[in-house]
Design a protein around this ligand. Structure first.
Ligand code: SF4
Length: 353
């Protein structure tokens, strides 16, 4: 291999382009539905009509694994019928649904169990109905502030070039005296959101990690340096910023990995952004059900899920989960907390769990 090839930087993570696109018929009655249809046509994608996403039974693929992989590259454009929002405690009052499913292949992702047999990506075109419902939730609680989380069931930044919904949501919340928005992403495609009139009512959070974790367990998402650079751009656009370090994984060299992460963030962020900065920390955990699914879908994963090496934590709603034993969990928490306060003394650590 020539030295030129060896020194060439790896290409940037491209925006997501699905292979198959399904439209529910009502979607075409909405401007957003028509726009996505035109986009899909321009991209030369295979387009199908379907009466409902529930009818998509025969995605191509011979094995379950192939079907799963294809589903992750399938986009369904439809209507959000249920306008009753789920709660999203403790970080927000409600989950606001603008999309479901994600094109990323993070081995540990909880969507694998929560979305069950329907891992395809759905975007909702009736954004005015969704914003109308949000308005009602806000009005009901005045003078309290109502917070909405937009990334409970998807990664909305990774779909923004297709739907444009996140910018609408940000600008809607920008005008709300009593409404606030938050979301988290593993994608660096933030350009369409940089000029949004956010009025500082949206907390833009990045899910970040040691490079080892991103490289080994988060295929299909943006790279370490891409996320950090994107965070710098978002900070310069004046958004309140936050980081979720999750899942924190015990691996060889973890101290160096997490120290480098905080160091790089420190280099990248302008000082103004460090005043109102939040961190959330979540150690890796798994349930038995999740472990079974992960082993089927990512059979070669290096994700350590040995119950013997973990502590069992009883769950409030039934099935418990396996977390790190106290000694390891405390070491992770203490080390990363120190790194955060060393680099960002004014930051707020919201929780470690
Ligand atoms: S980016 Fe987030 S939602 Fe998407 S697969 Fe990874 S963990 Fe799941």
């Amino acid at each position: 291999m020539s030295t030129e090839l060896l020194s060439r930087p790896a290409p940037n993570t491209a925006v997501f382009v699905p292979e198959l696109v399904y439209f529910e018929p009502d979607a075409m009655n909405y401007t957003k539905g028509k726009m996505i249809y035109e986009w899909a046509k321009q991209q030369g994608l295979e387009i199908h009509m379907t009466t409902s996403h529930n009818q998509i039974r025969d995605l191509p693929g011979d094995t379950e694994l192939e079907k799963y992989r294809i589903a992750k590259r399938t986009l369904v454009v439809g209507i959000r019928k249920t306008l009753k929002f789920d709660t999203s405690k403790p970080s927000a009052e409600y989950a606001i649904p603008i999309a479901t499913g994600c094109m990323g292949h993070c081995h540990y992702c909880y969507l694998q169990t929560t979305l069950g047999a329907k891992p395809y990506i759905r975007v909702y075109v009736n954004i005015d109905d969704i914003l109308g419902a949000a308005q009602k939730y806000i009005d009901e609680r005045v003078p309290e502030i109502t917070r909405f989380e937009a990334a409970c069931t998807s990664d909305p930044v990774g779909l923004e070039h297709i739907s444009g919904s996140l910018k609408q949501l940000i600008e809607f919340m920008g005008q709300q005296e009593h409404g606030r928005l938050r979301f988290v992403t593993k994608y660096h495609h933030v350009e369409p959101l940089l000029d949004a009139k956010h009025n500082k009512h949206t907390r833009f959070r990045f899910s970040v990690n040691a490079d080892y974790v991103i490289k080994n367990f988060e295929p299909g998402t943006s790279k370490f340096h891409e996320r950090i650079e994107a965070a710098g751009k978002v900070a310069k656009a004046g958004y309140p910023l936050g980081f979720i370090i999750a899942p924190i994984i015990w691996h060889e060299g973890w101290e160096e990995g997490y120290a480098t992460l905080l160091e790089r963030l420190h280099q990248e962020l302008p000082t103004e952004a460090t005043i109102d900065l939040t961190f959330e920390m979540i150690q890796h955990r798994f349930t038995r059900t999740a472990k079974n699914v992960i082993e089927k879908r990512y059979p070669k994963t290096k994700l350590e899920m040995d119950e013997e090496k973990r502590k069992y934590k009883w769950g409030r709603w039934g099935q418990g989960k396996y977390v790190y034993p106290d000694e390891q969990a405390n070491a992770l928490r203490e080390f990363i907390t120190e790194q955060i306060f060393d680099k960002f003394p004014q930051a707020k650590i919201e929780y470690f769990t």
